[in-house]
Write a protein that binds this ligand. Structure first.
Ligand code: SF4
Length: 371
């Protein structure tokens, strides 16, 4: 077993300035990070911390919490202190909560540009407080809350309108010498969103937070996000991602991680290479793939396991993987690193694969290959 080869990249990363969101760097040469947002009432400190712990366990690196009321603002300091990952306070409307979030030790604050105009006179103070505390700000432009002036100018939330809004908001902070900023320009249409980020990427060097807003339920939202993030990340655009799903936030994290792994922006972990099955299949491939996936769940090493339905493409694919099976005649040929190590009856395929996977994983861990 050798070290994993250097992953092939699709594009060089766009050059962006690096900011520090608590312990997680965003932008520059920092790996693209995955974030999510809690769905609990932030004022319910116990429930929020519980959800943050679940998100952390699922691989979430930065978490955002909504802060619509004074009770939520009051909860921020305990949450920021007890969370295992950096906490970003999401503020709309009230500048006073921005100051509260900074004082509470939040790792960053997200402000909504559709509303910031209302507290223009506060921008200087926010810049001063954020700067003194080293707290970055995310300018979070959303199609749904675009500034009325820009809506009138463009007629709707076009890519140009989103970008103009974001850069204008940035300029309000820049006037006060504040540039500790990252930006998002979210839209529910991946095509508009991709164009907006492309334009934004060309016009500034701030790190970018990618998001398709209101992407929908899990299936549709996953695909919309994967397509949009994939297009941008393949061009080197994007420094941190949030998949928005009408589903539990840990699902968003799983999808985000899978997108990054698919693009080689992150070391792949367990990868099941299973065939779609066809008229030649001599085994129930779906069932076999599901059973192998379930049996190997939680494995942290970059293991590629091939599950093939017959001996036509089976041995070829199985040889390319760390471990694999090609089925035929009620039996499974088990491959490890290209060599058939044994042939087992169909009923023993799953347990044999799991057994062999454990051995390989152990060796990888010894060799320091675990991700
Ligand atoms: Fe069909 Fe065999 Fe290919 Fe699976 S491996 S899709 S069963 S030809």
């Amino acid at each position: 077993l050798g070290m994993p080869s250097v992953p092939i990249k699709l594009a060089d990363r766009r050059v962006s300035r690096k900011i520090q969101v608590g312990s997680v760097a965003v932008g520059g040469d920092a790996p693209v990070s995955v974030q999510s947002m809690t769905t609990t009432r932030t004022s319910d400190i116990g429930a929020t911390l519980q959800q943050i712990a679940e998100l952390t366990a699922s691989g979430c690196q930065i978490v955002r919490v909504a802060c619509p009321t004074q009770d939520d603002a009051d909860a921020l300091s305990v949450i920021a202190r007890k969370s295992q990952i950096p906490v970003i306070a999401d503020i709309h409307f009230q500048p006073k909560y921005v100051f509260a979030a900074i004082d509470a030790g939040c790792a960053a604050v997200r402000v909504n540009p559709g509303n910031i105009k209302q507290f223009d006179d506060k921008v200087k103070e926010i810049a001063k407080a954020a700067s003194a505390a080293g707290t970055p700000i995310r300018i979070g432009v959303n199609a749904g809350s675009l500034d009325a002036r820009l809506l009138a100018k463009y007629g709707k939330a076009t890519p140009e309108a989103l970008v103009e809004s974001a850069l204008w908001e940035c300029s309000l902070f820049e006037e006060h010498g504040f540039q500790d900023i990252k930006i998002s320009v979210k839209h529910n249409d991946p095509v508009v969103m991709v164009n907006a980020y492309r334009q934004l990427a060309a016009q500034c060097d701030y790190p970018l937070h990618l998001g398709v807003t209101e992407a929908g339920p899990a299936f549709q939202g996953t695909i919309k996000s994967a397509v949009a993030f994939g297009a941008l990340l393949a061009e080197g655009i994007g420094d941190t991602i949030r998949v928005s799903l009408s589903a539990p936030p840990a699902e968003e994290v799983k999808v985000g991680i899978q997108i990054l792994e698919s693009l080689n922006l992150r070391q792949r972990r367990l990868e099941i290479v299973s065939c779609p099955s066809c008229g030649r299949a001599q085994v129930d491939v779906y069932k076999l793939a599901d059973e192998v996936t379930a049996g190997l769940e939680g494995m942290e090493v970059p293991l590629r396991v091939a599950v093939m339905g017959c001996v036509v493409n089976g041995p070829g694919e199985a040889r390319e993987a760390d471990l694999g099976v090609a089925s035929g005649n009620g039996k499974g040929q088990i491959f490890v690193k290209g060599e058939v190590i044994k042939t087992v009856p169909e009923s023993k395929i799953v347990e044999t694969l799991i057994e062999e996977a454990m051995k390989i994983a152990e060796q990888m861990e010894k060799d320091g290959i675990a991700s």
